[in-house]
Write a protein that binds this ligand. Sequence first.
Ligand SMILES: [Zn+2]
Length: 723
Amino acid sequence: MARPSGAESLYKMDSPAEEQKVETQEAMLSNTEWNAIEGHVDSTWEPLPTIDSQPINKFLVDNDLHIKGNPCISPDFCLLWATLKVELEAKSCSEVVEGFEHSAFHTGADAEWRLAECKDTGDHVWLLQKDAPEASYAGMQDKVATTGSVCGLEVGLAFPASFNNLLALKNLILCHDDTATIFPTATGTLGTKSLGLGARMTALHYPATEWAMAQLELSMTGNQNSIPRELIYDVNEMLDGKLDQIAFPFIGSNIPEGHQGTSVEGMSHCSVLSKLKNGFHKHHLPWGFNADHQPIGGKYDIREDQLVRGCVLASYITYDISHELEVTPYKLDAADADPTVLAEYVNSNIPAALREEVKQKIVDAGVSTDDAEFNKLLAYVWPAMKKMKLRDAKYKKARSTLFRDEKGIGKKIFREMSIDELPGITAQNTLATILALCECMDMPVQYVAPAFGFQKNCQYDDNEKLEALIQKAWVVCKHFNVSIGFHSGSGKSAKNYEICGKVTESNLEIKTSGRYTYECGRALYTSSDPHDQEFWKQWYEFTVQLALGSAFQDTNAKEQEMARTFIVASVPEVMEKQSEMNDEDDQAKKATLGAALDSLKKQKADEFFKSREECEKLIHSMDPHPDHMLWFEYNFLFVLAKEGKAEKQALGNHTPAGFAQRGQFYGHISDEGQLNFAKNIALYIIFLARTTGQAGSEKCDAAEVKLKGYAKYQDLLDDIKPS
Ligand SMILES: [Zn+2]
């Protein structure tokens, strides 16, 4: 495919050298005035280099990997424009592509659009009304004249669904109608309450989230994923084999970043197209896109601009400063830190006016802190906060360059400060200091994520303790007018969520992600379709083999221990006792049940770990169930495992073989399997909305009834648009 050309590019095409970038940053950060950072970004800003999608599109087409069966790898949603273009020119467009009936939108009074798709490849194109004025497609690249009528629209021009065109469209749409919600925005109730819906399965996932938002009439963060951990932050780095490694201690191995095989731009693209295909945009209900845990500082300095460019459509950024905190000289949990040294550092590095302002805000919040504590925390976070300021300025600048509607809707973002990565349970003074810093440094946050001791996919055992912890945090957050973000939010009990909702008066966000991979497995498990069943069994067996491999090696003790824990926790008797203990509210009785559970686990461990053969036999004697922890913990690694092999070298494989494995999810699940998956996702969202008090029980009840009535996936899809 030819690189889009002709019209003025939204981005600068050539990239500055990486060394140069690092140097600039160092020079800038030696400046003691934090507010000079933003001014510096503003005055030296050069539009970011566009991502060159030519190599990735060629790679995909050469390997027969098309959007239809393997979406969201390329930033573009049209890989074969060169061919399509010729056809669109020569024939009526209705002979070449099929329009989406509910996708109508405008960029001007006489500029109506449709989204359309080439059914063979899944390549998408934008179709514009005949004789539309030039201003209604300004910035769109690679136009071609075509004729014909698609979904009631007389068409004059067609454009490829390239990422650059998507960016241009966002600007055009919002300049025409700033209430449009085709794209994610930082508007409506999203600034105070939300549910964070991690979109691990992209195209398979969005319709269910759209359905739930529409039925509950509730805005949510309908697109969310961590970059660069889950998503590929740069497809060209991927093609060059230069993605960084991330450690997965429980498999005792590293795998490349981007373990879901999805690029950040491809995912952004898909989430928007899905809204148009299903007619969700006609509700005018805002929805958000959270670039989750955006890493600040540390080893990410040199990739800063790529991270900024990749998530330019995100309406909501979560800042994760833990990477800089790892390399910072003064640690929060250092017992032997010399208070004089810390005071000296703070006094000579942080402007006095800023320090005073922050202190005053802490006092105003009714939180006590002394100088030693204050200096310790400030010395710890100051380098990270300055880097966050720099990144924030870049996010802002990148957006204001691209999106220029009068009210500034296109460039607006919400912010979240993630501090649950800091050591220990978050103290009130830590929370107040961080929130005051964010305000004073002119990057106020809408959400903050303190640490309450949440573990992924585990319920919180002591509800009284949880309530007390959230109360303490909420006093501070309420004062600062900030909502609480609950990270590692999946798998809590209804009671846990009720407490979160009650204490914060529903001013919160629960972040969920891994839950939806689980729901996909559960959908296949309950499907009566033979292929779904076969696929489910393959998936389960993959995790069994990974668990066995780890449980019976002795080079890595931690890996062995974790694998054995997962296996034992999957034994039906253990699961039964575990849930009995979970359901017990009385802490004394809980402790007794816990002790009995521990001895049962020991007994099972003796039975299971005599030999690998014996263990395999015992696992195979159990019904392969998605509630098994052994499947749950390893399941996401199946998506990009080369040839579905349960070998460490095969995991997170960004070659055609890895992507072919990913294609099994997108091209082959039955209608029943897809419907099950959508129902599971929607049910979980309703559960979260209900228990956290974000949606009333009447609406939740009605949605559940409706959901149960669907017999075909299309029935659910048909109910996304307004009736
Ligand atoms: Zn976090």
